[in-house]
Design a protein around this ligand. Structure first.
Ligand code: PLP
Length: 433
């Protein structure tokens, strides 16, 4: 089995550090050997103590591992002091394997995870021998000794940090932009990568990202592809982050496993729904977003109940004028749309997707003009649920393309039905142009 190594601190709450690194690497099928540099005492709200491991013990752990195993790639996380950094760098210098340095300086809760002198040693001893260094903005500002407020600054900082030959991934998660922009500086060239900003990344995001990159390198991917692949993975880990205590949320290092364990149909349902939701984010006119949020549902073949129907968790809502996805596609998250779909599927098992929009004045007319069958639920006051859909469909004797409805809480809405999210979106987009 491919083996990677993490040299990092222990996080007692299990969200970051060694604990997160092992899970992230294991989730990609890579065995993780570990060298513990410090034992932190922390929970989701604070770091209350740090006990560094004596340098001789760090050296012993590292030498023992390297004597025995073929380590394909290595990462460092919290190195805490100049002394620890120097011991680690002196040993790694004599070994040919890709090294990823996550220049950890502080915890997500803000408490320091470093002693005076760490930064100097990171710059002098370990960054010059690494393949990739992965600072966030704060760490990049300290390493480059400059303020980063815009793209030019970010690029200059990368050049300064990477001046001794290492590549730099400057993570934009801590920038103030609407999109998360990451700068990859590799072989003197920049790749600028942007993604829509999700919720604030939780505890462990830096550790998990650098572990994904290290595991991908261990599996034989080149650096650029390891970074690209790992960015996709961390996006999912942040989307599915969870609460375990009263403070910061924890990113999910095993998000890719939980997902691939779903059977193929369920997996495809989630993938298509996520892709459809991403398309909607950019293209749907804001006026069509219902007051209580927008959702799109997609059922597995032969869905038996709401647990077999996926929706966007916590729906999509308008925030500062932009439509945002508040969570990933998830089974059981389609709310009342599940009951409408279940009734529709009883009549026609092929109809497995529906979207709920707030119609403009002419939406129904436009739908009819292009030959789609629309019907009004004729109900006022309550949302359209299963029994009402059932009697409606029985009266019609078939499945309409769209059902209009008027309920007290959401106001007027139109549900557009189709075989899958692609068909639903194509019906929708045919009236948008
Ligand atoms: N390493 C350890 C041991 C930590 O406790 C932390 C944060 O608390 C980190 C690294 C850095 O965490 P993050 O991945 O959130 O930047």
């Amino acid at each position: 089995m491919k083996t990677a190594l993490t040299i990092a601190g222990s996080d007692s709450i299990g969200g970051a550090g060694i604990q997160a690194d092992v899970k992230a690497m294991a989730s990609l099928g890579v065995h993780a050997a570990t060298v513990v540099t410090a034992v932190t005492v922390q929970n989701t709200k604070e770091v209350s103590n740090i006990h560094p491991v004596p340098e001789e013990i760090i050296k012993e752990q590292l030498e023992s591992i390297l004597r025995d195993c073929k380590i394909e790639a290595v990462k460092t996380g919290m190195l805490y002091s100049a002394e620890i950094t120097k011991v680690v760098a002196d040993i790694l210098e004599d070994h040919e394997m890709p090294l990823v340095v996550d220049p950890v300086m502080a915890a997500t809760v803000g408490d320091s995870l470093s002693k005076d002198g760490l930064v100097r040693s990171l710059k002098k001893d370990i960054i010059p021998i690494c393949e990739l260094v992965t600072p966030n903005r704060h760490e990049a500002e300290i390493l480059s000794e400059m303020k980063i407020t815009n793209e030019d600054d970010a690029m200059l900082a990368c050049e300064i940090i990477g001046k001794q030959g290492s590549s730099v991934l400057l993570k934009g998660g801590h920038m103030d932009s609407k999109k998360v922009i990451d700068y990859l500086y590799l072989s003197s060239e920049f790749t600028i990568m942007s993604k829509p900003r999700l919720n604030k990344a939780g505890h462990g995001s830096g550790c998990v990202l650098s572990s994904f990159i290290t595991a991908n390198l261990a599996k034989g991917l080149d650096l650029a592809n390891s970074v690209l692949r790992s960015r996709e993975l961390i996006q999912r880990s942040i989307e599915t982050q969870y609460a375990i205590g009263k403070g910061e949320l924890i990113v999910d290092p095993m998000a890719s496993i939980s997902r691939s364990n779903e059977n193929t149909d369920r997996f495809n349902v989630l993938e298509s729904l996520d892709a459809a939701a991403e398309m909607i984010l950019d293209r749907l006119p804001k006026a069509l977003v219902p007051r209580k949020g927008l959702n799109i549902a997609y059922a597995t073949k032969g869905a038996a109940g709401p647990e077999d129907i996926a929706g966007i968790d916590k729906r999509m809502t308008l925030r500062n004028g932009a439509l945002v996805k508040n969570g990933p596609a998830k089974f059981g998250a389609a709310g009342h749309l599940s009951y409408i779909l279940l009734e529709a599927m009883r009549k026609d098992p092929e109809i497995r997707s529906v979207i709920n929009i707030s119609p403009a004045e002419d939406t129904l007319d436009l739908l009819e003009e292009i030959g789609l069958i629309t019907v009004s639920s004729g109900r006022r006051g309550n949302p359209l649920w299963g029994s009402a859909t059932k009697s409606l469909l029985e009266k019609m004797g078939g499945i309409p393309d769209a059902i209009s409805d008027n309920d007290q809480k959401s106001g007027k809405t139109v549900k557009i039905l189709g075989k899958d999210p692609t068909e639903v979106l194509s019906k929708l987009s045919s009236i948008l142009d």
